[in-house]
Design a protein around this ligand. Structure first.
Ligand code: SAH
Length: 252
């Protein structure tokens, strides 16, 4: 889709009330403006990078903005509102869920990690255009960067959406957390009966399942799941395993 600047699509204003109705919360006008700007930056970036299939205003709002924010709301229960929290978004792609959260929480520090250098370069420019000073991009594989001392066990929250199956996401995410930190695995579909397998993987990595939440999205009423894992012990040094092994041979 090509969008000359003067005809960039806009997010309809009535989505403002949908935030309130669905999450009992709404962004400020300044945050809404940044969301709109982010939408337009993604539309332009998508002309040369494969960032997302979801570019119609309603899809973008629901599947990217709303979904990113909804997954983080339950964290309030566990007291993760303190300014200065360190958040990492693993396999961020076009910046989801990390970028909308960086817009909402300017006092938190957000690291966007992706294995594709071009996407990280795009995000670097996007962050400059959005005038966000709480975001850094890192290009690399989750399995490798998790062994770098400046990233291992450094984060309060690890987010991972649409990257791999839950046991693989657990192996990618838990090594990044401090003890007590929480990983949020955004999973569209969560088959009943998978909990034992995920709990077993989490335990091997020093984690445990804290909660599994389901949400209905406000426009298309699609069901989404978010799995919350807490780190309760250090992750053994052998995890994550070598690049490619977690997805080839997930923990059971
Ligand atoms: N989280 C985004 C993008 C999902 S697509 C969203 O929900 O819209 C999956 C992304 O994960 C891709 O950008 C891909 O480059 C990245 N990715 C896949 N495996 C990875 C790994 N092992 N380490 C880092 N990034 C990875």
């Amino acid at each position: 889709m090509n969008h000359p600047l003067e005809t960039l699509p806009q997010l309809p204003a009535d989505y403002f009330s949908l935030w309130q109705a669905s999450l009992q919360w709404q962004p400020t006008m300044a945050q809404m403006e940044k969301f709109e700007q982010l939408y337009q930056i993604i539309c332009i970036g998508n002309q040369h990078l494969n960032l997302t299939r979801l570019l119609a205003p309603a899809e973008f709002w629901e599947k990217h903005l709303w979904d990113s924010v909804a997954g983080l709301r339950p964290l309030h229960r566990w007291g993760f509102e303190q300014p200065g929290s360190k958040i990492i978004d693993i396999g961020t792609g076009g910046g989801f869920p990390g970028l909308p959260l960086a817009i909402l929480y300017p006092d938190h520090h957000v690291t966007l990690l992706d294995s594709t250098q071009k996407k990280i370069q795009f995000l670097h420019d996007a962050v400059a255009n959005l005038e966000l000073n709480n975001v850094q991009g890192v290009a690399g594989r989750a399995e490798a960067i998790a062994h770098v001392p400046s990233h291992r066990a450094q984060y309060d929250i690890a987010l991972i959406r649409a990257v791999a199956s839950p046991p693989v996401c657990a192996e990618y995410a838990l090594p990044y957390l401090k003890i007590g930190g929480i990983a949020v695995l955004y999973q569209g579909h969560w088959p009943e009966g998978e909990g034992d397998r995920l709990q077993s993987a989490a335990e091997q990595l020093g984690g445990t399942i804290l909660a599994i939440e389901s949400f209905a999205t406000p426009i298309t009423n699609s069901i989404r799941h978010c799995l919350y894992l807490q780190k309760i012990a250090p992750t053994p040094h052998r995890y994550p395993r070598t690049v490619g092994i977690p997805s080839k041979n997930p923990l059971i």
